[in-house]
Design a protein around this ligand. Sequence first.
Ligand code: HAS
Ligand code: CU
Length: 550
Amino acid sequence: MSSNQEVYAPERWHMKVFLLMAFVTLLLGGLFGTLQSLDKMQVDWYNFLPGPLKGLYYLGLTVHGVALALMFTTYFIIAFLNFTVVYGLKRPLKSRALVHLSLWISIAGLVTTLVPIFLNQASVLWTFYAPLRAHPLYYTGLALLVIGTWTTALNAFATWRDWKKENPGERTPLMAFVSIVTWAMWLPASLGIAVAAVYYLWPWSMGITETVNPLLTRSLYWFTGHPLVYFWLLPAYVVWYTMLPAQVGGRLFSESLARLVFLLFIPLALPTGFHHMYTDPGVHASTKLIHAVLTFAVIFPSLITAFTVLASVEEGARRNGGKGLIAWVLALPWLSNPSVAGQLLSMVVFAMGGITGLINGTFTMNLVVHNTMWVPGHFHTQVAGAVTLTFMAVSYWWIPLLTGRALWNNKLAVIQVWLWTFGTLIMARGMHWMGIAGVPRRTFLSRAPYANFGEWDVAGLMVGWGAVIATVAGLLFAVIMIMTAFVSKAPAKVEVPVAEPLIKKDRMPVILDRLAPWLLITLVMIVIAWAPSLYHIAVHHPQVRGWVLW
Ligand code: HAS
Ligand code: CU
């Protein structure tokens, strides 16, 4: 192993702990997901949960959303972006103290959030919309989760600043730069949830304030909630742009385009969010229009990605003997390399979710699909499909690299990524179908008196059986990871894949190596897109007392 690779050695220990937390929360949240999906084909396994958990659908759905969307993603991303910053800049993180602080804050956040949820004191789902009221610890735990990301991001910025001091005039290596852009997007984005949880919801759940403005906290939630989905997505893009081309023997089509894509997410994703609230009467129509336009704008960097990443992969396939207009696709290692196959499959799934995203973002069509099963259909292709599958694909070389043990059973890993893909696609297809048939989301269907099974039957079977396949794939992933990390005897022979750009001396404009101008434009856009509405909602919308329903 070259000394370059050893640069991450000081980070190895805490990365492993974060990964352990990520995989445990993936398993925990995933298993509740199975119960949810079985419910869609009228199989009520909530009934078989032990004692105090029996029948508690909303407790389960909260665990599912929080453990997967908020915890698994965040812990994996913290570990991975620490790795890419360190590996990209070829220097350890600046502050050991911050590394430890992030870890301990994150562990505290994990416990503080999950305890009230499991005690059924916080069955408010991952969106914790007021007036549903949770135990104060739940908001505390979520705040800690966010603070854990802030300390990690600060460390990344400090490390970057040191690197720049030592390398004046040089452009930041791509892998590190795009990772830092991801943090730069997330840091301001996270303020919405932080203010909602700490300033409004926590005092209210403590009884310090009697009432809360539900439309305001909900808006603040989506201020964060929309960029949050790109906080999950961008680390997957880091992999697709800076690693995957090398894994398929190709080169990155254009480094400038790669940088542009990441940077565009700052001004386009950050000011967007009200498309989650098209149906909320308290939000002004002109605000919804601005956010609809922004939603379509933020699709653009993903379209560039479809082009750039595919071009890079094609180049690799052709260098390996791929021929023809389409047939070159067959020259890719779909059946032999689980890491590559997982990433390619995740893109196929992601493309489906891109299409449904367009539908969601279109005001009139949103009126048809909003709050139906369609929406979980959309986001499962995105988070469970694109993001999670890419993270699994990364784990197939990264865990061997970190533990020094070779991947246990390559063949099973290939089967695993295919099963996950089919499971997710079948499940999501069923969800879309149910949504169009009018099935509400977030509903305990087995026990809903109005459930129209008959018309919903086939779609429900797809959700349930798709989820069974995905569950098998998820358990397989757990087995492969455990066997690799603890049992595998062969030494790992892996290198970090680093994609070279196709054009080495790319005349890259300097603005593609800067953050400040992008953040400045973004600030102006946020003021235009959010300030008038937030002010109006804060001043004019009624306050309410709050409910604990489950
Ligand atoms: Fe979304 C709701 C709009 C992307 C996640 N979204 C959600 C929720 C989640 C979520 C979790 O406008 C629900 C939250 C809740 O609980 O209520 N979303 C969009 C749009 C995009 C989008 C326009 N979403 C994502 C991503 C997510 C995610 C990414 C997570 C990671 N979404 C919405 C809207 C709602 C919504 C509304 C609210 C709905 C409602 O009413 O409640 C876009 O960013 C998508 C752009 C993507 C593309 C795809 C590009 C394709 C690529 C792959 C190319 C490769 C190929 C493979 C083709 C345009 C890059 C070939 C490979 C070979 C080698 C052959
Ligand atoms: Cu969104």
